[in-house]
Design a protein around this ligand. Structure first.
Ligand code: PLP
Length: 385
């Protein structure tokens, strides 16, 4: 169907941070499948684990205990604020689970219905009806109304705006710790701490969507560690499977205990193949020194971007954090992205005017430098929308 506007590239194989098209042409991948391929293409350890699992067991359903599912859940619990995990298959499904759990748990905790959600303007949480309802960008929502009616939007980064939307009908505040699709907006200093305090004051749960910014993207395993403020419920997807479809919802027991049998489910959720891929990704991400290396690469990227900002009058700002960074231009970046394709580099956008880079977390320094040299060179030539 015609729902994707695609670039004229036909990619057929990849290894690490390099991908190849049908004609054998090589591209340096600085987008990693939209922040998904955390360890690049066909990463060795997850691939080995999936290959082994392929010969052991593919699917049995959640009618039964699945040891490898328990293994991944235990690992995520050990590494995070959470006590329990629910598995699904994508980011939007993880967010749907978060919305349902938040409503259910808030009603049980307070002994009365709390139907409302407070979400952020400019956010992005996915394309299914619940996730779309808390996505604060009208162009995504408009053709599909009516959506969930009990959603109030406030300005990201503005505590007064949040405070004005909170009362005792609010189940949860939903936010991306750093807004990704909406233009790579980092939260102002102290903002998430203020959000946490307001949530506590009003008895609202705090839900983080770390679908894009979790799993090492900001230089720590979870984005909330980067900002030092824990949520009550957390959504993961993208990088968790390193390219294998998976989503997860994490929560503390006092919240998750309300998700009793029959309240929510996913046929494929916790599928053994997806579990084996994610266990492989986590094995790599938690290797000593891995996150330090991510932070060093992030510093390189920031430094190069700051230099471009000084050199190029078409660039207005450097945005984002960690290995999810971008440049805000004074014009749409679609043509620049296409130029970069011609020169063998894959990048993306976040909104129309922000060039987005989200390379694999283990991109070799030399490849990152080569890709950035090509970007710098491309920017020397005139281009416009
Ligand atoms: C923050 C965030 N949440 C949710 C989603 C939806 O994830 P999926 O496309 O896997 O449903 C995305 C996708 O880009 C995202 O960036």
């Amino acid at each position: 169907m015609g729902n994707y506007g695609r670039f004229p590239l036909r990619l057929v194989r990849g290894r690490g941070s390099e991908v190849y098209d049908e004609s054998g042409r090589r591209y340096i991948d600085l987008l990693a499948g939209l922040s998904v391929c955390a360890l690049g293409h066909c990463p060795e350890i997850p691939a080995r684990r999936v290959r082994e699992q392929l010969d052991r067991l593919w699917h049995v359903s959640n009618l039964y205990h699945i040891p490898i599912q328990e293994e991944l859940a235990s690992r995520l619990v050990e590494l995070s604020f959470a006590d329990q995990v629910f598995f699904c298959n994508s980011g939007t499904e993880a967010m749907e689970a978060c919305l349902k759990l938040a409503r259910l748990a808030a009603a049980r905790i307070h002994g009365k219905e709390r139907p409302c959600f407070v979400a952020m303007e400019n956010s992005f949480h996915g394309r299914t009806f619940g996730s779309l309802s808390v996505t604060g960008q009208t162009h995504y929502q408009e053709p599909f109304r009516p959506l969930l009616s009990e959603v109030r939007f406030c300005r990201f980064g503005d505590l007064a705006s949040l405070a004005s939307r909170l009362d005792d009908s609010v189940a949860a505040v939903i936010l991306e710790p750093l807004q990704a699709e909406g233009g790579l907006h980092a939260p102002p200093q102290g903002y998430l701490k203020g959000v946490r305090e307001l949530c506590l004051k009003h008895g609202a749960l705090l839900v983080y969507d770390e679908v894009q910014v979790g799993m090492g993207r900001l230089g720590q395993l979870f984005a909330y560690e980067h900002y030092g403020v824990e949520p009550d419920i957390l959504a993961l997807a993208k990088g968790l499977g390193g390219g294998f479809p998976i989503g997860a919802m994490l929560a503390r027991h006092e919240v998750s205990r309300h998700l009793v049998p029959g309240t929510h489910a996913s046929t494929f959720g916790g599928n053994p193949l997806a579990m084996s891929a994610a266990l492989g990704v986590l094995e790599e991400l938690t290797r000593p020194g891995f996150m330090e290396a991510v932070c060093n690469k992030a510093d390189t990227l920031s430094g190069r971007f700051d230099r471009l900002l000084r050199q190029n009058s078409a660039i207005r700002e450097r945005r984002g954090a960690g290995l999810l960074q971008g440049l805000l231009f004074d014009r749409p970046v679609a043509l620049l992205i296409a130029r970069l394709h011609e020169r063998g580099v894959l990048t993306g956008s976040a909104g129309k005017e922000v060039l987005r880079l989200a390379p694999a977390l283990n991109i070799p320094d030399a490849l990152l430098a080569e890709g950035l040299d090509i970007l710098e060179d491309t920017l020397k030539e005139p281009w416009s929308a």
